[in-house]
Design a protein around this ligand. Structure first.
Ligand SMILES: [Zn+2]
Length: 237
């Protein structure tokens, strides 16, 4: 856990006051941020940096930088008078991010319903998809839609916790219940749990309870090659 990555601990935080940590050709790094960087199929956040003189700088994307832990806020246009340690207020485009949180959490539910390895995925503001390594074509749109909405209606709590690789090794039963194998090497792993339904390592942002997702529908199931099935989910409203 890195305390300056506020989206990891408080995904509902829309804004924060901070300072410029570094200025790179591609964007700025901040001492703390509410902006989620593109990763794990979830898009990077957009929004604004507000300077003390009232100027608003548009953030068009957030990406991971080259050095470990660095997060780049990509600006629409970079003013030439920015300075290290300059105070800024940051604010994300909340409606867009909240849609990503709802869709992302919905993909965890979808993952729990299909007993096959996930080979890819992508999250948008109104739809999301997961690809499964699944040769047989037994998936049914209506059945999956009903099962997803049933889990959403149960309004299950969604939580995160950090675990060391050592602690994980000491509890092999935990890995067995996970739908995705945790990455190794960083020493610590962030687990996301939809109570009683899904447990997996994940770095994204999620809603606090499944009821917040709202009604969804599986709009398409596509065959992608001999082995792959792509499942596309949309908000029903
Ligand atoms: Zn996740």
């Amino acid at each position: 856990m890195n305390s300056n990555r506020l989206f990891e601990t408080t995904p509902y935080l829309k804004a924060c006051e901070t300072r410029i940590l570094a200025i790179r050709p591609e964007g700025v790094e901040l001492e703390a941020t509410v902006f989620y960087p593109q990763g794990g199929g979830q898009p990077g956040d957009t929004g604004y940096l507000r300077l003390t003189d009232g100027r608003e700088l548009r953030v068009i994307d957030t990406r991971k930088g080259d050095s470990p832990g660095s997060l780049l806020h990509i600006l629409e246009s970079m003013p030439d008078d920015l300075e290290i340690s300059q105070a800024v207020t940051t604010e994300i485009d909340w409606e867009r991010r909240y849609s990503h949180m709802r869709m992302h959490t919905c993909l965890h539910l979808l993952c729990s319903l299909i007993d096959a390895p996930v080979t890819g995925g992508s999250i948008g503001s109104d739809r999301a998809r997961l690809d499964f390594d699944l040769p047989d074509a037994s998936l049914d749109k209506a059945t999956l839609t009903d099962a997803l909405n049933a889990l959403i209606q149960r309004d299950l709590p969604v939580g995160t916790r950090w675990i060391t690789e050592q602690a994980l090794d000491d509890q092999p039963e935990l890995v067995r219940t996970m739908s995705v194998r945790p990455p190794r090497g960083s020493g610590r792993i962030r687990l996301v749990e939809v109570e009683g339904v899904d447990l997996q390592p994940c770095g994204g942002t999620h809603v606090g309870r499944t009821g917040e997702i709202g009604r969804v529908m599986v709009s398409k199931i596509e065959k992608k090659g001999r082995q792959n099935r792509r499942v596309i989910v949309r908000f029903a409203e």
